[in-house]
Design a protein around this ligand. Structure first.
Ligand code: FE
Length: 239
């Protein structure tokens, strides 16, 4: 199977695998021309499965937050992206191609925002895991101490960026020119349009934490760093 960056099947592969079963069902139902699940779009963009159960991050992030954040917000970004590329030259483009081709174009801002949010959210789910957080080991730990001086200095930089992002946005641990850095982005902006390679991200839009933490963004950031941060994912993303 082709790897789409997150260890999941993309929609085209899913439909290919589901194809024979779908055809059999269509025959059973007396249908000769089954309609594709997402209308007539040839887009391969779809909502990837979560890498864990919806309530697996509780109590740091509740199943209720996840059901809205993944099931409503992330799904809406996917639906909007598919709708906007259908019938255009980007209909068959990958998510990264759509993001890179629309970045910085005022006439494509809506498509960029939705497509980048699809990417950012998928990256965020993988940036967390049940039982994650705390100090890393191995290669990523070495990179953290080379780049920041110590794990504690990294925590200060990452939580500082996440807490000080004004309004909606993201904080990221990225690799750029061999060194690790912390950056923050507004709204849907994403480091994949720059030379930096993302390793980890935290969503600091209010929808990410308000149901569980109300206005206490700092407590959500602390829980992310201490209980959820997926260092295995960060290490896999190292160049
Ligand atoms: Fe979000």
């Amino acid at each position: 199977m082709a790897y789409n960056g997150f260890g999941t099947l993309d929609r085209r592969e899913f439909l290919a695998k589901a194809g024979s079963a779908g055809a059999a069902l269509a025959l059973t139902l007396g249908m000769t021309d089954p309609v594709p699940a997402q209308g007539q779009s040839a887009s391969t963009i779809s909502l990837p499965p979560l890498p864990y159960a919806q309530d697996a991050l509780a109590p740091a992030i509740s199943g209720n937050t996840m059901s809205f954040h993944y099931g409503k917000h992330h799904q809406a970004y996917v639906n909007n992206t598919v709708k906007m590329v259908t019938g255009t030259e980007l209909e068959k483009a990958t998510l990264e191609e759509i993001i890179k081709k629309t970045a910085g174009r005022a006439d494509q801002a809506s498509l960029f925002n939705n497509a980048a949010q699809v990417f950012n959210h998928t990256f965020y789910w993988h940036s967390m895991k049940p039982g994650g957080g705390g100090e890393p080991n191995g290669k990523i730990a070495q990179k953290i101490s080379e780049s920041f001086g110590s794990y504690q200095k990294f925590v200060e930089a990452f939580s500082g960026a996440a807490a000080s992002q004004f309004g909606s946005g993201w904080a990221w641990l990225v690799q750029d020119g061999g060194r690790l850095q912390v950056v923050k982005t507004s709204n849907a902006e994403t480091p994949i349009t720059t030379s930096a390679k993302p390793l980890i991200t935290i969503d600091v839009w209010e929808h990410a934490y308000y149901l569980d933490y109300m206005n206490r963004r700092a407590d959500y950031i602390k829980a992310f760093i201490e209980k959820l941060l997926n260092w295995d994912f960060a290490e896999k993303n190292l160049l």
